[in-house]
Design a protein around this ligand. Structure first.
Ligand code: ZN
Length: 173
Protein backbone atom coordinates (compact mmCIF):
# COMPACT_ATOMS: atom_id res chain seq x y z
CA UNK A 1 0.00 0.00 0.00
CA UNK A 2 1.48 3.33 -0.99
CA UNK A 3 2.19 5.82 1.75
CA UNK A 4 0.73 8.71 -0.19
CA UNK A 5 -2.80 7.34 -0.29
CA UNK A 6 -5.24 10.17 0.40
CA UNK A 7 -6.58 10.62 3.92
CA UNK A 8 -10.03 9.12 4.00
CA UNK A 9 -12.70 11.16 5.71
CA UNK A 10 -14.51 9.19 8.41
CA UNK A 11 -17.63 7.28 7.40
CA UNK A 12 -20.86 6.49 9.24
CA UNK A 13 -19.31 3.11 10.08
CA UNK A 14 -16.29 4.77 11.67
CA UNK A 15 -18.44 6.86 13.98
CA UNK A 16 -20.76 3.96 14.76
CA UNK A 17 -17.71 1.97 15.85
CA UNK A 18 -17.02 4.73 18.38
CA UNK A 19 -20.61 4.43 19.61
CA UNK A 20 -20.09 0.65 19.87
CA UNK A 21 -17.07 1.27 22.10
CA UNK A 22 -19.37 3.21 24.41
CA UNK A 23 -21.87 0.36 24.32
CA UNK A 24 -19.12 -2.05 25.39
CA UNK A 25 -18.26 0.24 28.29
CA UNK A 26 -21.91 0.08 29.34
CA UNK A 27 -21.74 -3.72 29.17
CA UNK A 28 -18.65 -3.70 31.42
CA UNK A 29 -20.65 -1.64 33.90
CA UNK A 30 -23.54 -4.12 33.81
CA UNK A 31 -25.72 -1.64 31.97
CA UNK A 32 -27.82 -2.49 28.91
CA UNK A 33 -25.17 -1.98 26.20
CA UNK A 34 -26.20 1.11 24.25
CA UNK A 35 -23.73 3.79 23.21
CA UNK A 36 -23.90 7.11 21.38
CA UNK A 37 -21.60 9.72 19.91
CA UNK A 38 -22.46 13.14 18.48
CA UNK A 39 -20.44 14.50 15.57
CA UNK A 40 -20.03 18.05 14.30
CA UNK A 41 -17.91 18.78 11.21
CA UNK A 42 -16.37 15.32 11.32
CA UNK A 43 -15.37 15.67 14.96
CA UNK A 44 -16.83 13.89 17.97
CA UNK A 45 -18.18 16.46 20.45
CA UNK A 46 -19.96 14.04 22.80
CA UNK A 47 -19.78 10.36 23.70
CA UNK A 48 -21.91 8.54 26.22
CA UNK A 49 -23.39 5.21 27.19
CA UNK A 50 -26.46 4.06 29.00
CA UNK A 51 -26.08 4.68 32.75
CA UNK A 52 -29.55 3.98 34.03
CA UNK A 53 -28.43 1.60 36.79
CA UNK A 54 -25.29 3.53 37.75
CA UNK A 55 -27.10 6.85 38.10
CA UNK A 56 -30.40 5.31 39.24
CA UNK A 57 -32.05 7.54 36.68
CA UNK A 58 -34.69 6.39 34.19
CA UNK A 59 -33.67 9.18 31.80
CA UNK A 60 -29.95 8.29 31.76
CA UNK A 61 -30.05 6.83 28.25
CA UNK A 62 -26.93 7.25 26.09
CA UNK A 63 -28.64 9.75 23.79
CA UNK A 64 -29.85 12.01 26.62
CA UNK A 65 -26.40 12.18 28.21
CA UNK A 66 -24.76 12.79 24.82
CA UNK A 67 -27.20 15.61 23.97
CA UNK A 68 -26.43 17.37 27.24
CA UNK A 69 -22.69 17.00 26.59
CA UNK A 70 -22.94 18.28 23.02
CA UNK A 71 -25.00 21.31 24.06
CA UNK A 72 -22.49 22.10 26.78
CA UNK A 73 -19.63 21.79 24.28
CA UNK A 74 -21.08 24.37 21.91
CA UNK A 75 -23.02 26.38 24.51
CA UNK A 76 -26.32 26.21 22.70
CA UNK A 77 -29.29 23.85 22.68
CA UNK A 78 -29.91 23.85 18.92
CA UNK A 79 -27.85 21.05 17.40
CA UNK A 80 -28.98 21.36 13.78
CA UNK A 81 -25.42 20.98 12.48
CA UNK A 82 -24.82 17.69 14.28
CA UNK A 83 -25.31 13.98 13.68
CA UNK A 84 -25.96 11.51 16.47
CA UNK A 85 -24.84 7.90 16.13
CA UNK A 86 -26.61 5.43 18.41
CA UNK A 87 -26.19 1.66 18.58
CA UNK A 88 -29.91 1.08 19.19
CA UNK A 89 -33.00 2.75 17.78
CA UNK A 90 -33.95 5.57 20.18
CA UNK A 91 -36.99 5.21 22.45
CA UNK A 92 -39.86 7.70 22.61
CA UNK A 93 -38.12 9.85 25.23
CA UNK A 94 -34.87 10.09 23.29
CA UNK A 95 -36.60 10.59 19.94
CA UNK A 96 -38.52 13.49 21.51
CA UNK A 97 -35.30 14.95 22.86
CA UNK A 98 -33.65 14.69 19.42
CA UNK A 99 -36.52 16.70 17.92
CA UNK A 100 -36.27 19.29 20.69
CA UNK A 101 -32.53 19.58 20.08
CA UNK A 102 -33.22 20.05 16.34
CA UNK A 103 -30.59 17.41 15.67
CA UNK A 104 -29.62 17.39 12.00
CA UNK A 105 -29.33 13.67 11.49
CA UNK A 106 -29.77 10.38 13.31
CA UNK A 107 -27.84 7.23 12.43
CA UNK A 108 -28.67 4.09 14.38
CA UNK A 109 -27.52 0.49 14.23
CA UNK A 110 -30.13 -2.01 15.42
CA UNK A 111 -33.87 -1.66 15.46
CA UNK A 112 -35.75 -2.00 18.75
CA UNK A 113 -38.97 -3.78 17.83
CA UNK A 114 -40.37 -3.42 21.37
CA UNK A 115 -39.76 0.25 22.13
CA UNK A 116 -38.13 1.90 19.12
CA UNK A 117 -39.57 5.30 18.26
CA UNK A 118 -37.70 5.95 15.02
CA UNK A 119 -39.43 3.55 12.68
CA UNK A 120 -40.41 0.48 14.74
CA UNK A 121 -43.18 1.16 17.27
CA UNK A 122 -43.39 4.88 16.60
CA UNK A 123 -41.79 7.11 13.99
CA UNK A 124 -41.38 10.35 15.88
CA UNK A 125 -38.59 11.78 13.73
CA UNK A 126 -40.54 11.45 10.52
CA UNK A 127 -43.85 12.69 11.90
CA UNK A 128 -44.70 15.67 9.73
CA UNK A 129 -46.84 17.19 12.49
CA UNK A 130 -43.66 18.15 14.33
CA UNK A 131 -41.79 21.19 13.12
CA UNK A 132 -38.46 19.40 12.78
CA UNK A 133 -37.75 16.15 10.95
CA UNK A 134 -34.13 15.02 11.12
CA UNK A 135 -32.70 12.78 8.45
CA UNK A 136 -32.63 9.13 9.59
CA UNK A 137 -30.26 6.35 8.52
CA UNK A 138 -30.55 2.90 10.05
CA UNK A 139 -28.74 -0.42 9.94
CA UNK A 140 -25.14 0.87 10.21
CA UNK A 141 -23.11 -1.82 12.06
CA UNK A 142 -26.41 -3.49 12.92
CA UNK A 143 -24.95 -6.99 13.44
CA UNK A 144 -22.33 -5.84 15.96
CA UNK A 145 -24.83 -3.78 17.95
CA UNK A 146 -27.49 -6.47 18.17
CA UNK A 147 -24.90 -9.14 18.94
CA UNK A 148 -23.76 -7.09 21.92
CA UNK A 149 -27.33 -6.77 23.19
CA UNK A 150 -27.99 -10.49 22.69
CA UNK A 151 -24.85 -11.42 24.60
CA UNK A 152 -25.80 -9.09 27.44
CA UNK A 153 -29.28 -10.52 27.86
CA UNK A 154 -28.07 -14.08 27.37
CA UNK A 155 -25.51 -13.63 30.17
CA UNK A 156 -28.19 -12.12 32.37
CA UNK A 157 -30.53 -15.03 31.86
CA UNK A 158 -27.82 -17.41 32.97
CA UNK A 159 -27.43 -15.70 36.31
CA UNK A 160 -28.77 -17.95 39.07
CA UNK A 161 -30.24 -15.12 41.15
CA UNK A 162 -33.50 -14.97 39.30
CA UNK A 163 -32.71 -12.35 36.68
CA UNK A 164 -34.83 -14.76 34.72
CA UNK A 165 -36.46 -14.88 31.35
CA UNK A 166 -38.34 -11.72 32.19
CA UNK A 167 -35.12 -9.98 31.20
CA UNK A 168 -35.87 -10.79 27.61
CA UNK A 169 -39.23 -9.08 27.72
CA UNK A 170 -37.42 -6.05 29.00
CA UNK A 171 -34.99 -6.33 26.17
CA UNK A 172 -33.64 -3.15 24.65
CA UNK A 173 -35.57 -0.91 27.03
ZN1 ZN B 1 -33.97 6.35 25.10
Amino acid sequence: MSSDSPIKSPTDEDFMREALKEARTAMDEDEVPVGAVIVQDGRIVARAHNQRETLKDPTAHAEMIALTQASAAVERWRLTDMTIYVTLEPCAMCAGALVLARIGRLVYAARDPKAGACGSVYDVLRDGRLNHCPEVTEGVCEAEASDLLKRFFHARRRQPDGASDSATSEQFQ
